[in-house]
Write a protein that binds this ligand. Structure first.
Ligand code: ADP
Length: 498
């Protein structure tokens, strides 16, 4: 389609288009007056003026220096003059001009950008300047608040010593981090870190068991949190805690991963010292206790034929108390082994039914308050650490006795479901509130309960049980109702790889 060069729109149409255009004012290039020739409705609204009041007047007569105005006069004059001298469009990307709001009867802060376009007259010289303004208040405010929150975040991270990082999972290699990260990794200032360089400061085992495992879980849950050891260039060992989140796109693909890193070396060293102390103390306590136990057993043997009921009762009680104490001490020893990563599972095939029967018989030696019911089936073979699994069953039974009234029964079941074996211990005791159930398997967690406040314990039995079962790739859980009783379960795969 060709354009008819002679085709022109009537002048009044142009005038209407101009007047309805967003934020425009046309001034004559009659420097220094800059007579206003046309103005749009929206420009009038912003400047709280009327067409009659400003048309034909000089631009700086209407918007003098001493009133809130569109542009600083000197700057505006300078810009208008420059447009005439250079013949080029001059943009002013951002300036402030407050607008009077008739509703609130107050000046409102606004930000604007403007463009000044030279318009040629018939003689080919610049005859007019078209000044067009746009309200950019929202963008400016958004930018300011982004800057403010970024600096607030920076301040918060600096004060807490946190490093932040952000990794693009789609475009491999794009990895941003705050300068604190370099310090946390013990590298000289200015060192460029990469994901690879940071991983090279971790052990291969930790990479496999902690980092990769946590990443796999994070791809499902969206969150990750772990503590890991790193080795600095000077070979000193440090600990970090990293915490973060994964961002998925609408197709549920992981696109970004970001989070924080904190140096926890000091508290970790404290924890290690505390752990070493527990290990040492329990080890030292074990020796005299073992000899005390042997003396009690020896005495019991010697006096087995005595008619003195008091003596034989006292010896049985003494032995029970020594056994209790040695359980506690072994619990602490296990805990310290677990914390230092030394609690391992020695797998061997055995019949779990036989183990349950033996454990019940063992418990019954000192239990004369509860009836433990177990309808044993034929043998069920598992490949697991016999002693450790016995410890878990013993913990379930011990708790069932501790947290249920005398004379109430305790029921043990063991069955095969799919390719795992499931053991359950049910009691009709005090039960556990829903909100406590999730926390029972945490270290040192004990439920605050009026009915259990005189029952002794350290809250490590279930923690150990859960760690043991995890090492066998099994599951451990509880179903309970406060006031009615609880059932503790664990399941083990029937064939467990080493
Ligand atoms: P401990 O019994 O030595 O405190 P555990 O780790 O074995 O430590 O148990 C943790 C907590 O779980 C207990 O303190 C108790 O509050 C709760 N608990 C465990 N077993 C039962 C149960 N059978 N009935 C009610 N509460 C239980």
């Amino acid at each position: 389609m060709s354009v008819d060069a002679n085709y022109t729109l009537p002048g009044n149409i142009f005038q209407t288009i101009f007047e309805k255009s967003p934020g425009s004012i046309l001034v004559k290039a009659d420097l220094p007056r800059f007579t206003i020739l046309a103005v749009s409705d929206s420009y009038l609204k912003v400047t709280s003026t009327t067409r009659e009041a400003i048309l034909g007047k000089g631009f700086f007569e209407v918007f003098p220096d001493d009133e809130p105005q569109l542009i600083d006069e000197k700057a505006a004059r300078h810009v208008f003059t420059k447009v005439i001298n250079t013949g080029k469009t001059i943009d002013v990307p951002s300036y402030r001009y407050d607008v009077y709001n008739a509703d609130t009867q107050s000046q409102e802060l606004h930000h604007w950008s403007c463009s000044n376009v030279p318009v040629l007259g018939d003689d080919g010289r610049i005859a007019y300047i078209l000044n067009t303004i746009a309200d950019i208040t929202e963008e400016v405010k958004a930018k300011e608040s982004a800057i403010e929150s970024a600096s607030r975040l920076r301040l918060a991270t600096e004060v807490t010593g946190l490093a932040t990082w952000d990794m693009d999972l789609q475009h491999h290699g794009t990895f941003y981090y705050s300068p604190r990260m370099v310090e946390i990794f013990g590298q000289p200032p200015g060192t460029v870190l990469t994901v690879g360089s940071m991983r090279s400061q971790m052990s291969a085992d930790d990479m496999q068991n902690i980092v990769r495992k946590s990443f796999k879980e994070a791809l499902i849950t969206g969150e990750h949190l772990y503590e890991i050891k790193i080795v600095w260039p000077d070979e000193s060992v440090h600990w970090i805690k990293t915490q973060g989140t994964i961002i998925f796109d609408k197709n549920k693909r992981a696109v970004r991963m970001l989070g924080t890193v904190l140096d926890i070396t000091e508290s970790k060293r404290d924890e290690i010292r505390k752990n070493d102390f527990i290990a040492m103390a329990s080890h030292e306590l074990k020796t005299p206790l073992t000899s005390l136990k042997s003396y009690i057993q020896l005495l019991a043997k010697k006096l087995s034929k005595t008619d003195d009921d008091f003596v034989s009762n006292a010896l049985t009680k003494a032995e029970n108390q020594v056994n209790k104490m040695s359980d506690l001490i072994y619990g602490f020893l296990d805990l310290s082994q677990l914390e230092s990563g030394k609690l391992s599972a020695k797998l061997q095939p055995f019949d779990i039914i036989k183990l349950i029967n033996e454990t019940i018989a063992d418990i019954n030696l000192s239990n004369n308050s509860h009836t433990i019911i177990f309808n044993s089936t034929g043998p069920i073979k598992v490949n697991a650490d016999r002693e450790r699994i016995g410890q878990v069953i013993s913990n379930f039974l011990g708790n069932a006795i501790k947290y249920s009234p005398k004379e109430s029964p305790i029921i043990v079941t063991c069955k095969v479901t799919g390719d795992s074996v499931q053991v359950a211990v049910t009691d009709y005791g005090i039960g556990i509130k829903q909100r406590d159930q999730e926390k029972l398997f945490q270290r040192f967690y004990r439920v605050e309960n009026e009915r259990a406040k005189n029952i002794s314990g350290f809250g490590i039995g279930l923690y150990l049980a859960s760690e043991i079962i995890q090492r066998h790739k099994g599951n451990i859980w509880v179903e309970s109702q406060e006031g009615s009783g609880s059932t503790f379960y664990f399941s083990l795969p029937i064939t467990v790889d080493s």
